[in-house]
Design a protein around this ligand. Structure first.
Ligand code: NG6
Ligand code: CA
Length: 527
């Protein structure tokens, strides 16, 4: 990594320049400590934005498209996993989630999956003097392993115990209970006289659910999602109480923007890191009334338009505060696309000719490219030159990339799979991204899970020969895998297995994948 040195040199040159010629000052060397706003979309596929091929007849995303045209649009950008919790776990810890048991999709009463003492991306940035905030969807659990979330007391440990100075959260994901905001350690606006209870079983036989009161729903469910009803939408899990604290689904996006504006304004004199974790376009897709009907694709398209508006607002806020030259935005997604994910919201019926995963196959939950290859854009006016990059970069790489850039030392036993791809993120000439990437699904079987493994144009797939039934614990000594190989350059949809025609590549990649799994780490530390 030489970017730091480059910056130091630029700074030195600039200092000398001041002595001789003031006009050179205007050349304004890029600040070495940019603010970082990481915008993570939820369930956004590779083809879901105008700049990634979505057609204007279907939906328009002018603000994100502008970000892409002023920054770098990656064609090889990835989320670490094809579900939410493991990607977020890896983003914050820099370690592949499949290395840690229990990091699959978190339930409503999940304890904090990242416990205090873990080296995290925000904690590394704090060491560099950054103020840090998480605003939006959390879905990484709250509370101790023994007790889980104490909804009526202090909800800790949580983000504040692992490196965030401030948080304003949707605690799980909005199709799971409860529909309340958590600000720092507390449920916002919770009336102690109306305590919040959250559980897996109906609290009483009379408790109204999506099954008993299906006629009252404003959006019907298709699978799961038929427990407690709030805002005429039934959810996964049950809850009672906390009525004064409950939000309307339609208002989430506005709230994230409002809180971001407040926090950025308060912290603008300090370098800051904002993790803006949008809930769009996850189910239940229930965008604000002013966005309903803004696409011709139903609520799924409208939710994308709503997220696009949020991005426009974030850029407006940065510009109004005069921060845009000093702020790097990273736009990414937590996993690939899915149409029907539990509600009858018209996503399939109103798809028209839209291709949510672009040219790729698969999507959320699987290891095909559509599961993890997602939009990925970096923007930093004045420092990042506009362009297109086909380098491989992944959400998991943010921790090491930013820590190295800021000269913060990462302990050897932390961020095990996070690689320094900062030069590629900044679009430096000749900069290389990753030479390899493991693509995971929800990771229920840890290192024994199915995986995708990408090296250059090649993609190895490792699938179970016979997939285990839901909830079944595998006897690891008996697992049989089926491996196949694809040439993504000529076959982006992974339709033709070319293992037989390329035996050397095939065997080499199988061995490499196994080694990365067995080694327990990817990041090499200079001794
Ligand atoms: C699944 C849910 C799905 C979604 C997903 C998590 C069912 C049948 N399916 O279990 O609707 O909530 O979990 O999505 O309940 S994620 O993007 O947060 O990982
Ligand atoms: Ca997701």
């Amino acid at each position: 990594m030489n970017i730091r040195h480059l910056f130091k040199n630029v700074a030195a040159v600039a200092t000398i320049a001041v002595a001789f010629s003031l006009p050179l000052m205007a050349e304004d060397p890029s600040p070495a400590r940019p603010n970082v706003v990481l915008i993570m979309a939820d369930d956004m596929g590779y083809g879901d934005l105008g700049c990634y091929g979505a057609r204007p007849e279907n939906l328009e995303t002018p603000h994100i498209d502008q970000l892409a045209s002023e920054g770098i649009r990656f064609t090889g950008g990835y989320a670490s996993a094809s579900t939410c919790t493991p990607t977020r776990y890896s983003l914050l810890t820099g370690t592949y989630a499949f290395r840690k048991e229990g990091t699959g999709i978190a339930g409503p009463n999940s304890p904090a999956l990242i416990q205090p003492g873990t080296v995290t991306l925000p904690a590394l940035l704090q060491k560099a003097g950054y103020k840090t905030a998480a605003i939006g969807k959390w879905h990484l659990g709250l509370g101790t392993p023994e007790e889980g979330p104490q909804w009526n007391a202090d909800l800790k440990p949580g983000p504040l115990e692992i490196g965030f100075d401030y948080c304003f959260l949707l605690p799980t994901t909005n199709d799971r209970v409860p529909q309340v905001y958590v600000e720092n350690h507390r449920v916002l606006n919770l009336d102690p006289a109306d305590p919040l209870w959250v559980g897996h079983r109906a609290p009483s036989p009379e408790h109204p659910t999506g099954i008993t009161h299906r006629d009252s729903l404003k959006m019907d469910w298709s699978h799961g999602h038929n427990s407690t009803i709030h805002n005429a939408i039934s959810r996964i899990g049950f809850y009672t109480g906390g009525h004064a604290a409950r939000f309307r689904d339609e208002d989430l996006a506005d709230k994230w923007v409002e809180k971001s504006e407040e926090w950025i304004t308060e912290n603008k004199d300090n370098p800051f890191f904002l993790f803006f974790a949008s809930h769009d376009l996850h189910v239940p897709r229930m965008p604000h009334e002013r966005f309903q009907g803004q696409s011709r694709m139903g609520y799924r398209g409208d939710a994308i338009v709503q997220l696009d508006w949020c991005v426009g607002e974030l850029v407006r806020i940065l510009k109004e505060q005069g921060l845009e030259k000093n702020t790097m935005i990273v736009f990414c997604s937590d996993n690939g696309s899915v149409l029907g994910d539990g509600y009858k919201d018209g996503a399939k019926e109103k798809l028209h000719d839209h291709k949510p995963a672009g040219p790729y196959s698969g999507g959320k939950y699987n290891i095909l490219e559509g599961g993890t290859r997602t939009p990925f854009i970096t923007w930093w006016p004045g420092t990042i030159k506009p362009g297109l990059s086909d380098e491989i970069v992944c959400t998991i790489d943010m921790a090491t990339s930013l820590a190295n850039h800021l000269d913060v030392e990462i302990p050897e036993d932390a961020c095990l799979d996070s690689l320094d791809v900062m030069d590629a993120l900044l679009g430096k000439e000749g900069a290389e991204g990753r030479t390899q990437l493991i693509e995971q699904d929800n990771g229920r079987q840890g290192i024994h899970s199915p995986f995708g493994y990408r090296v250059g144009k090649w993609k190895l797939q490792r699938q179970f020969s016979s997939p285990p039934k839901k909830g079944e614990k595998l006897d690891t000594s008996e697992i049989q895998y089926r491996y196949t190989l694809y040439d993504l350059e000529n076959d982006p949809s992974e339709s033709k297995d070319v293992a037989k025609a390329n035996p050397e590549t095939f065997e080499k990649m199988k061995a490499e994948l196994q080694k990365l799994l067995d080694d327990g780490r990817t990041r090499q530390v200079a001794k």
